[in-house]
Structures are given as structure tokens and as C-alpha cells.
Ligand binder design. Structure first.
Ligand SMILES: [Zn+2]
Length: 257
């Protein structure tokens, strides 16, 4: 365990892999856990499978629209902002658009985005950005109900439980992992996919691998995956990295993230 690790000058190519923990303080942390939205609405769990389409569309529009509005209302966290200011590419399991809102230009969304509509026909590549609202129709979120190209229903571009991850995002993630000099996992367990695959890949390709987690899983599960495990709040750690890289004194009074 190390709290003092910081990127070194030779770590020019930093790549982040992020998960739900990074967005937890926006209120989205309540989405899945005890007392969370899924617990309040048990039928939602069933609707989160591709096999429930298209009957599940009204529920998906309502739930992902609400989730996207919660995220947008809160805005990016100190961790999101620090990652963007470090100029590092991001691989994310999050669908809340907060990396883009923070200013990150290179974001690979492994689970899609609640801020985009796509066509229900998997062979049709129509898509548009959404303006999430309130309601269970596509129109409530700024999308037409039918795809203007092929006429199929539209849907939120969120990957459901039994659906494949988007190939382009997977390919980009694998390339980023191989090219990284420092591979940093934040807000997701290092022991589950895709972190369990990407972090070892980055390490084999020569990267130093780091997990930032306020309550990391038992060390045995991390051995062989991470060179450094930082047991701390990512919203403290990442801004301190960003300040150090800019050569600014690490004074939280001057930089009250
Ligand atoms: Zn279409």
C-alpha cells in the first residue's frame, strides 16, 4: 500500500480506467446500492436486459433520463476535473457523460452513454445526443420515437446486461492499455472485468499500474495486477497529482476542489 505515489516525469502517457465510484458523490451512488433506485423498482432489474426490448423502452427512457439529469445537475467531480486537466485518455464503465462534461476529449465508453440515442436495429448506425428530461417517451429526452433512417424504434445507448460491449470502445481500450506508461484504475474494483483484463494487459506492455480506492479489496486479489494500491479518496489524490504536474504547491486552501 502506498499513499505517496505520484506520476513521475517519465509517465508521459497516463491512461485512466474509471467506474461508478468516481461518480458516487453526484448522487448516482444511490442508483444500485441498498435504498437505491433499483431496489425501489424491482421490475427495473428485469428491464435492464436486452431480451426485454422493446417492451422495456418506456422504463429505460424514464430511468436513464432521470439518471442523466442527476449527473448533469451535479456536474463533474474533483476527480473528473483532475483527469481532464491531466489531459489523459479515459476508458470508462460510466454512462453519465461526466468525463466529457469535465473536458476530457478522449473517452471510451465501454457501457455506452445515457446522453445518446441510437436505433434499436443493431445494423443501423443512426445516433443523436440527448437532452435528458422527465418521462417515458423518446420525445421527452429530445429523440424521435422512430429512427429517421430505417423507422425502427429508438433507444438510449446504454449497454444492457445481456448485450455485448461496443466493439470500437473495446478496441480503443485495448490499444490504450498497451500504449500506457501509467495505467490508473479509479472507482471500480480491480478484480472484475474489464479492469481485470485491461490492467494486466497494460502491465505486460510495460506500464506501471495503480489502483486508487478508499476501501480496496483484499490484497491477494490485486497481486500481480497493480504495482501500487493507494488507499485514499480519489477526489483528494487526483487533484494533488494534477497540481504536482503543473508545479503548483499542494495547498488545498489555494485550490479548494
Ligand atoms: Zn435505424
Amino acid at each position: 500500500m502506498s499513499r505517496d505515489f505520484r506520476p513521475a516525469p517519465e509517465h508521459r502517457r497516463i491512461v485512466f480506467l474509471t467506474g461508478a465510484g468516481l461518480s458516487a458523490r453526484t448522487g448516482l451512488g444511490q442508483f444500485r446500492g441498498p435504498g437505491g433506485l433499483w431496489r425501489l423498482e424491482p421490475e427495473l432489474e428485469a428491464a435492464m436486459h436486452g431480451s426485454a426490448l422493446p417492451a422495456s423502452l418506456p422504463l429505460l427512457w424514464r430511468v436513464w433520463g432521470r439518471m442523466a439529469r442527476i449527473a448533469a445537475a451535479h456536474g463533474p467531480t474533483p476527480g473528473h476535473l483532475a483527469i481532464a486537466r491531466l489531459g489523459a485518455p479515459v476508458i470508462t464503465q460510466n454512462i453519465d457523460g461526466l468525463h466529457q462534461a469535465a473536458g476530457s476529449a478522449d473517452v471510451s465508453e465501454l457501457h455506452g452513454s445515457a446522453l445518446r440515442a441510437v436505433c434499436l436495429d443493431g445494423c443501423c448506425d443512426w445516433s443523436i445526443p440527448l437532452s435528458p428530461g422527465e418521462g417515458d417517451r423518446a420525445e421527452d429526452h429530445g429523440a424521435p420515437a422512430q429512427c429517421p433512417v430505417c423507422g425502427a424504434p429508438t433507444r438510449p445507448d446504454v449497454v444492457l446486461f445481456d448485450e455485448q460491449l461496443p466493439g470500437a470502445a473495446i478496441d480503443r481500450s485495448l490499444r490504450l492499455a498497451r500504449e500506457a506508461e501509467l495505467f490508473v484504475v479509479v472507482g471500480t474494483s480491480g478484480a472484475v472485468l474489464p479492469a481485470a483484463r485491461l490492467a494486466p494487459l497494460a502491465r505486460e506492455a510495460g506500464a506501471r499500474t495503480v489502483l486508487i480506492d478508499i476501501d480496496p479489496p483484499p490484497a491477494a486479489g490485486l497481486r500481480g495486477v497493480f504495482d501500487e494500491v493507494i488507499r485514499a479518496d480519489c477526489h483528494d489524490v487526483l487533484p494533488s497529482w494534477e497540481r504536482a504536474r503543473r508545479g503548483v504547491a499542494d495547498n488545498p486552501f489555494l485550490h479548494p476542489f
